[in-house]
Design a protein around this ligand. Structure first.
Ligand code: NMX
Ligand code: MLT
Length: 388
């Protein structure tokens, strides 16, 4: 299906030479916006004014409370399950709350599907920071859950409930930026496409989002952010904690490739430029932690790895993607458990895939059902084609 034009998605567009554009706004123009404003933009095509943003924030706050049965499931899970397993399970457990499923059972008309999908989306998005923060605190034994602070915004609350000390407020700012940058990437990526496919069967958004985020948990997709920081830390460790020279890093990158592994955080199925989301993270780091050795490593890797990948000649895109820089910033602020990082991506990605599902139901899009062929058919077809 690589490059096959087979999906309709108005929330955002990703072209090889521009990167993410959300409703005609290149993502670099959105880095100062809040995730709530971007969610509104994804849904409506327009940025909200101050009053509209406040009303959305109030609406989200009213829906924040997580039922107790969810916490019982979390506490019953093995404490060393992967954080993505915990997070996606909690989303699925909340399916009991689905208005879509209840209304469908009562005979809801097709024109009303989008409203129930919106209702469910607001319900789950409001609760995601609490779920994700609770996963963090349980998985890494950080103490009891922290309740949301009614004075804080969606991402600020997430930062607060993680319990990371934030005397400057910059960690909360990083969370806001993080939630904006990962929110959407048109609809062909694994998490969005999976969400769309499951939702096209009229499985409600709880089923669909949980499924989509299971796709995000793969190392070639969202899990690359944890792999990426692991790679950076490995290289620092190899060089005794000091930022290596360019030549040393070049050799380390070649060793990775020669051992049959990919260099995480580099390459992309669509992009053929440095991911503008990577640039946004790099700029944030330049402002808040230019002296941090891990941040400096990210900048050095950016200088060296594209050349190495080009020399190897396999990757079509030798440039960094969104996952190449984010981990170093989280690490800087003390969020050091890097197998948690994909959960942050998941909280943000929910904004995009839920918006896409609401649009798909509003447009009345049909069930996804591509046609398959047999290998026998494929052999016959390929031998019947004139050779190039
Ligand atoms: N390091 C080493 N080899 C690579 C890399 C890389 N970073 N990127 C691509 N290649 C290889 C790829 O494995 C393939 O090899 P082979 O022919 O042996 O199978 C070859 O180059 C051609 O692949 P492409 O067509 O350039 O890439 P494709 O579209 O298939 O895959 C990714 C895209 C993103 C899966 C791939 O670039 C990759 O594995 N990158 C590292 C993992 C990563 O950073 N993923 C995060 C993506 C962003 N996200 O957040 O989801
Ligand atoms: C994403 O944000 O989903 C990734 O960059 C992967 C993709 O677009 O294929």
């Amino acid at each position: 299906m690589r490059g096959v034009k087979s999906l309709v998605c108005d929330t955002s567009l990703v072209e090889p030479d521009t990167g993410l554009v959300i409703r005609n706004y290149p993502v670099k123009k959105l880095t100062e916006k809040s995730p709530e404003e971007v969610f509104w933009l994804l849904l409506t095509g327009e940025l909200p004014d101050e009053e509209e943003t406040k009303s959305l924030q109030q609406d989200i706050k009213k829906r924040q409370k997580v039922p107790d049965y969810v916490w019982k499931v979390l506490n019953a899970m093995p404490s060393n399950s992967h954080p993505m397993t915990m997070f996606n399970t909690l989303i699925l457990v909340l399916e009991r709350e689905s208005q879509f499923r209840k209304n469908y059972t009562k005979g809801m008309r097709k024109e009303q599907y989008w409203e129930s999908t919106l209702e469910d989306s607001l319900g789950i998005i409001a609760k995601l920071p609490s779920l994700a923060a609770a996963v963090y605190r349980r998985r890494y034994k950080k103490g009891p859950r922290i309740k949301p602070n009614p004075k804080l915004d969606w991402a600020g609350n997430y930062a607060y409930m993680l319990g990371i000390k934030d005397p400057t407020g910059e960690f909360a700012n990083l969370m806001r930026l993080y939630m904006v940058l990962h929110s959407d990437h048109e609809s062909g990526n694994v998490s969005a496409f999976t969400t769309h496919t499951v939702n096209s069967a009229l499985s409600d958004i709880y089923y669909s989002l949980s499924a989509g985020l299971n796709g995000l948990a793969g190392p070639l997709h969202g899990l690359a952010n944890q792999e990426c920081l692991a790679w950076i830390l490995d290289s620092l460790k190899k060089f005794g904690g000091k930022v290596p020279s360019a030549e040393e890093l070049r050799k380390f990158a070649w060793d990775t490739l020669n051992s049959g592994k990919v260099i995480p955080g580099y390459g992309h199925a669509v992009l053929r430029i440095t991911d503008p989301r990577f640039d946004a993270f790099l700029n944030f780091g330049k402002r808040v932690c230019p002296e941090d050795p891990i941040y400096q490593m990210v900048a050095l890797v950016f200088d060296i790895v594209p050349g190495v990948l080009r020399e190897q000649g396999k990757a079509k895109d030798p440039w960094p993607n969104v996952d190449a820089a984010s981990g170093s910033l989280l690490y800087h602020f003390g969020l050091k458990e890097f197998d948690y990082y994909t959960v942050l991506f998941g909280v943000s990605r929910a904004l995009g895939v839920c918006s896409q599902a609401i649009m798909s139901r509003a447009l009345g899009l049909p069930i996804v059902r591509p046609k398959s062929v047999t290998t026998e058919w494929l052999k016959k077809f390929s031998t019947s084609q004139p050779s190039a």
